[in-house]
Unconditional design. Sequence first.
Length: 333
Amino acid sequence: MRCLTLAAKGIRSVAPNPMVGAVLVCDGRIIGEGWHRRYGEAHAEVNCFASVKAKDEALIPHATLYVSLEPCSHYGKTPPCAKLVVSKHPKRVVVGMGDPNPLVAGKGIDIIKQAGIEVVCGVLEQQCRELNKRFLCLQEKHRPYITLKWAQSADGFIDAKRHQGEPKTPVVISNSVSKITVHKMRAENMAILVGANTALLDNPRLLTTRWTGNNPLRCAIDSKGVIPDSAHLMSNEAETIIFHDLPDLRTNAAKAWETIYNELAGKGIHSLIIEGGAVTLQSVIDCGMWDEAQVEVGTTTIGKGVKAPKIGLLPQSVKRLFNHTIIEYLHQE
């Protein structure tokens, strides 16, 4: 479990790489540990071996290396970790799960085994998969991991009826604490998307300002080309992609989302938050092309307006957050 705890420290800084932790143990004592801290920098195994004190280096050949993901076997931004492990030659290597990346996919484990080092694979595998669900979705399903996010009133609306050009401001449903959790989600995912109507009515910036981390890639669906250059989304504060020429979400949603997902996957984007309005969100739900949903139910009542999207599944969890209810749904394809 220490490997997973260490790995999770990289959640806001290693994307699109997986989060990885490594721990070196000899005679029940941790003599080294590390994690992948930032994309493009040293991997977990490198940091783990580097942390071993001079007085403990002689213990490495007698130690067990625990690593949450199969050591890489290829040259990328850093040299292959499998060869580093072989050079240090611990007595045993325990791997949480294999790496489905075709550049690795068992090759790292084979390199270590061929060096005469005992390898055990598949320890706490489900927990390791959950930790890197975004990375795994891109590798195995060839699309980003999709999280739906919206806030709705106590009586089931996401907003009052509004039209472009009207002075009416959106109904505020989220509280100060839940707004922070939204920005935490932005820091932990690589991209965020809204529809044209949300971009026009709310003029959101879609930045990470209430939590530490990178700004997500900002995306908007704008088949009719109505989002002006003056919109906040078009600022140089973060990168933005506008999707034009898509099939209509109301009539051919699956094809539209497939087009969006393919383009993002081609850019190495492993996770996408969809924060759009009711039409955008319901279209994703209806065609089943999503992975989880986070729904905040506030205490505000609206009476009439834009009805919240509907998910025909039982919640995975329901919890309270400062008088608001947070409902989590998981979708299995």
